[in-house]
Design a protein. Sequence first.
Length: 263
Amino acid sequence: MREATLMFTKTSASIVLVEDHTILREGLRALIELEPDLKVVGEASTAAEGVRLVRGSSPTLVITDLAMPGGSGLRTIDELRAVCPNVRVLVLTAYCTDEHIVAALGAGADGYMLKDASRAELLQAIRSVIAGQKYFSKPVSARLVSGYLRRNDPASDPCPRITEREREVLTRIALGESSKRVAMALCLSVKTVEKHRANLMRKLALHNTAALTLFAVRNGLLPTQDAERCFAEVELTRFRGRLEVGSGAAGNGAQDGLIPAAV
């Protein structure tokens, strides 16, 4: 665990990061520390480390994931509130399901952001939550409104446009299985699997495997541990791609994502 010295100006807000994926945590720190009014005072890679760190530093804000080694993010939020009642909590996660959002808010989260948010939106969320406001990513806000509207509709489904077979294929694609392996597991031909893949992309208006993976993660089609791993792999691939386009192009794109090109 990395912990910075607790020295900051009166106008600086102190922030603790709780995130088990190193590359995302380092990207967040690099992004935040470009802002003169924000300061990362500590980092934790597990829920228990995060609680201990907050107990010792009493930060203004904690940015935490929902799926963490050593405990769930929901329980972590409760524990953070117990050791530091005035701390503000911003959830930063890959999940955009009604269940995750409602549970996080019920546990006491002050904001809920998705990990593919832009740099500008993340900073806006951080400052809003620090100021005592609630903040939600646009997709999260849409989910909350949609969930409210369909609360009395038992037939509602997070992905009603796809068939059960397409859902099975999508889940296995998101887990990184090849078309041949999916075909063997589901007793289908490779050609049929490829047809299902094409239909999924058409129905969901998605254009590659990474987008299909993110859809599966956000709609709760994968177990928690698998979802976090798959999301991290997608983000790592994107990060490597930015590095490969050259320092000039990467520098121009640094404002668009959570992981600055300079990391």
